[in-house]
Design a protein. Structure first.
Length: 355
């Protein structure tokens, strides 16, 4: 028997390390960063950098939720990027608004005109405009449905079968719309793009499925789970990235967005495979008995309850198994529990513990 938390560790630890590092650097920049507006240039000082652009080297600026970016008009100088909470900001914002264009507004206008002039979306301007409006409405419906399905699946999956099947179906339906939209839809949530995003329709059900599988089912052997998850994930990633004009991988944000999609696809693949494997498993149970050797509570951000059981089935040593609090409180060391071993719908062995 393998540790049922291993998939969660492998899925989430890279994201955790990235968030910690990114947050630390952001906090340091907020504390130490400052902007100096000179007579002929703008200087941005951060914890690990000190950059400047002369006024005639500025192309324009962009504004996001957390950042302001001053783009360089020359290739030999990097753009200036800083948090909107940095000190001495108001003077700079007034200067930028007065003398330089907002590049986000220009890009949205250019993207809109590009869509409305693309004959793939219709033979007339009216037809293209109507398709664009329809895509915006469809994206809103898919995102709301995907978000609600994710909440339903993770927090209150009753009836269980419908919650799981809904979260499996919505990302598939979303990918079909993505592939047959001729590039009109996007996956990444990007404020710089006028293309309708389908991010919530994919991310919310995918993460809910992955977490549901980890919480609900105890996998005995992950060999087939890893194989089938990998096959499905590779197939979905090919559908997403093959001939996808959204990502050109020339900027760091493209790699960051692709990494997020990769994590979501792995969560979706694992969640779909495991929930289907266990929920629709009709194989006969093999029943084993085991004795509780030790009880343990793991505290921290989340509280977990573990029972150490004597070896059963093909095991050659005692193993811990996680259980719910109610089940944990029913037993003491030396009590006996019953283990039901299942082959799995996809031949992924799993088990559950009962009294």
């Amino acid at each position: 028997m393998q540790d049922n938390n291993l998939p969660l560790i492998f899925l989430l630890w890279p994201m955790g390390l990235f968030i910690i590092g990114f947050s630390t650097i952001g906090l340091l920049n907020t504390i130490n960063g400052r902007i100096i507006v000179h007579d002929d240039r703008i200087q941005v000082i951060k914890t690990f950098s000190d950059r400047e652009l002369y006024f005639d080297e500025i192309k324009g600026f962009k504004v996001t939720i957390n950042n302001i970016i001053i783009e360089s008009a020359t290739s030999d100088k990097k753009s200036l990027k800083f948090y909107s909470s940095i000190k001495n900001l108001s003077e700079l914002v007034d200067l930028l608004t007065r003398y330089y264009p907002n590049l986000d507004d220009l890009k949205i206008e250019a993207d809109t005109q590009q869509i409305l002039s693309n004959e793939q979306y219709g033979h007339t301007l009216e037809a293209r405009a109507a398709k664009f409006r329809s895509a915006q409405k469809k994206a809103k419906i898919l995102n709301w449905t995907g978000g609600l399905a994710g909440v339903w699946t993770f927090f209150y999956p009753i009836p269980y079968e419908f919650a799981i099947l809904t979260s499996i179906a919505i990302p598939v339906l979303t990918l079909i719309n993505l592939k047959f939209s001729s590039g009109l839809f996007r996956i990444d949530e990007n404020n710089e793009s006028v293309h309708p995003s389908l991010s919530w329709a994919i991310f919310a059900p995918s993460f809910a499925l992955g977490l549901r599988a980890l919480l609900d089912f105890k996998i005995y052997d992950f060999n087939n789970a890893g194989l089938f998850t990998s096959i499905l994930a590779v197939a979905l990633l090919n559908i997403i990235f093959l001939r996808n004009r959204e990502f050109n991988f020339k900027k760091a944000k493209d790699y960051l967005a692709a990494s997020s999609i990769l994590i979501a696809v792995v969560c979706y693949s694992y969640g779909a495979i495991i929930t289907l494997n266990c929920y629709y498993d009709k194989s006969d149970s093999k029943i084993y008995k085991a004795t509780i050797v030790n009880k343990r509570i793991s505290t921290g951000k989340n509280i977990s309850y573990y029972l150490e059981l004597t070896k059963w089935g093909t095991q050659d040593k005692n193993e811990e198994v996680s259980v719910k609090q109610e089940f944990y409180n029913q037993f003491e060391n030396g009590d006996q529990v019953t283990i039901y071993f299942q082959n799995g719908w996809f031949n992924i062995p799993w088990f559950f513990v009962s009294d």
